[in-house]
Design a protein around this ligand. Structure first.
Ligand SMILES: Cc1cc2nc3c(=O)[nH]c(=O)nc-3n(C[C@H](O)[C@H](O)[C@H](O)COP(=O)(O)OP(=O)(O)OC[C@H]3O[C@@H](n4cnc5c(N)ncnc54)[C@H](O)[C@@H]3O)c2cc1C
Ligand code: SF4
Ligand code: SF4
Length: 459
């Protein structure tokens, strides 16, 4: 009898809710549902009597092969391929934007450009990506699209849970050539599933990855919608996370929610959104044990150009890591046809643009693994070892953010009653933690203070 995801992953709070286990289960006994925190998790709708263990084999948080091992099999023998431990395999790196899609997209619109190009050039039959649903309880879901206009209207970043169980089942039922967008853990799950299923392997012809620092639960969106002024959850028809303003830098984007009458509420990153984002409020626990920054198993990965020379441009700019030679040719063609304004950029700039996420998912991960082992928690094998070799202030910051992550989940339940969110009250209850992080940051600037003083303040 092989172990399954419910015992190994869900009960240990390691599920990111990707839905791959439910999509591939031969008996269809797993169903993805919301938990009270607004995160997706699988549950058994019938008793499993086969115990085949396939669900755990495809889970990105199961102890299966890591990204480096899987990446070596997919990309290792391609001519011209390079490798860095931080980025995984890559052929080339680019900076640029799409001339057509930039304004409505999250960054430079190159992901949407590529998806529509693949359809237009008849390289794929279907694009799979999250689309808006106009349903307050399920604002986004993965859909299968064959019309370029729908792909275009699905641009933007979705900081909201989406899961792949239904689209995986549809791919298995319907022959065709599919391209799918996903976060690093989702792409890993698809690679693990494709290794074990010929139909998935043949039909998913391309995977498009997005750099990822963390996911957020549905409650995150409820909270920031309330901060923006839409406190009645029944009224939220759709949301957009990355609005651009010509007078603001790309990093100060706005969140917008629209109610059933078309009235819109807006809130900028600097007006409260960043506080919840950077302090890891509403972040699923699984993200604490993730070491893939650059979606290392995707055929191409898109990200924001968080570099001083680009981030002041409110229109947004992409950095791109390409792993598939076919995608590389399509990008070159896009440049020649003047559809994208894109040029090569050294990979060290790509790494530099994500230095914060790299620290989070490598150095800080080591300490989180160390803490988890100390507590006797079950955590997946990672490519970094558990270690407490990190500065005192950093240790405190990591602990504080983990505390905020847990506290925000529980506390939100008290301030979200009958679909009505008391956002400001919730925020004021989180404020003491935020004050402590500010103090830490302040202390960080005075690292020359005697260690004894710092230790006393940290306590
Ligand atoms: C949760 C999350 C965290 C991220 N963290 C970072 C980060 O730390 N640093 C960084 O540089 N970039 C990060 N990104 C990526 C960044 O926000 C942009 O998505 C990326 O730069 C592509 O921009 P674009 O303008 O080319 O994409 P667009 O042209 O806007 O197209 C994006 C495509 O991706 C699809 N998509 C959006 N969200 C999701 C999702 N959750 N799952 C699957 N597909 C999706 C859309 O439907 C669309 O087809 C993150 C994205 C997400 C969703
Ligand atoms: S495969 Fe995905 S949904 Fe299933 S247990 Fe693992 S992370 Fe959760
Ligand atoms: S941080 Fe990692 S686990 Fe969390 S959503 Fe992003 S890729 Fe998945």
């Amino acid at each position: 009898m092989k172990p399954n995801v419910i015992d190994e992953i869900v009960k240990n709070e390691l599920c990111i809710g990707c839905g791959t286990c439910a999509g591939i289960c031969p008996q269809k006994i797993l169903k993805i549902q919301d938990n009270e925190y607004g995160e997706y998790i699988p549950s058994e709708i019938q008793v499993c009597d086969s115990h085949c263990g396939l669900c755990l084999e495809v889970c990105p948080f199961g102890n299966n092969e890591n990204e480096t091992q899987i990446g070596a099999k997919i990309y290792g023998s391609i001519e011209g391929m390079k490798y860095l431990p931080e980025t995984g395999y890559y052929l080339d790196s680019y900076v640029g934007y799409s001339n057509e899609f930039r304004q409505r997209s999250a960054s430079g619109g190159m992901a949407t450009w590529l998806l529509t190009k693949l359809l237009k050039e008849d390289v794929v039959d279907y694009v799979i990506c999250p689309t808006s649903q106009k349903n307050p309880e399920k604002l986004f879901s993965f859909e299968i699209l064959s019309d370029k206009n729908y792909v275009k209207s699905s641009s933007g970043s979705v900081y909201y849970p989406v899961e792949m169980s239904e689209v995986i089942q549809k791919i298995l039922e319907t022959p065709g050539r599919y391209v799918i967008t996903g976060l690093p853990c989702f792409i890993k799950a698809l690679r693990l599933a494709s290794q074990r299923n010929r139909k998935l392997r043949e039909r998913i012809v391309f995977t498009i990855g997005l750099v990822c620092g963390q996911m957020k639960s549905k409650n995150y969106t409820k909270y920031i919608a309330a901060l923006a002024g839409n406190k009645d959850l029944n009224k939220i028809q759709n949301v957009y996370y990355r609005g651009k303003s010509p007078e603001k830098p790309a990093s100060n984007f706005y969140f917008q929610s629209t109610d059933e009458h078309g009235a819109q509420q807006k809130i900028f990153w600097n007006e409260g959104v960043s506080e919840a984002w950077v302090n890891r409020w509403f972040t699923p626990n699984a993200c604490n044990y993730c070491d893939d920054v650059f979606a290392e198993l995707a055929d191409v990965t898109f990200m924001d150009a968080w570099l001083p020379e680009y981030s002041n441009d409110s229109r947004g700019t992409n950095l791109v890591l390409v792993r598939s030679p076919e995608i590389q040719v399509i990008i070159q063609k896009g440049i020649e046809e003047l559809e994208i304004t894109t040029s090569e950029i050294p990979v060290k700039k790509v790494k530099q643009s994500q230095s914060g996420v790299l620290e989070l998912k490598r150095k800080q991960l080591s300490y989180r693994l160390y803490l988890a082992k100390q507590k006797g928690l079950k955590v997946p094998e990672k490519r970094v070892n558990p270690s407490k070799d990190i500065g005192l202030l950093k240790k405190r910051e990591i602990k504080l953010k983990t505390l905020m992550q847990e506290e925000s989940k529980q506390l939100f339940l008290n301030y979200c009653q009958n679909q009505f969110v008391e956002g400001e009250t919730f925020r004021s209850r989180m404020n003491p933690f935020v004050r402590q992080t500010c103090q830490l940051r302040f202390l960080g600037k005075f690292t020359l203070l005697p260690m004894r003083t710092i230790k006393r303040i940290c306590k």
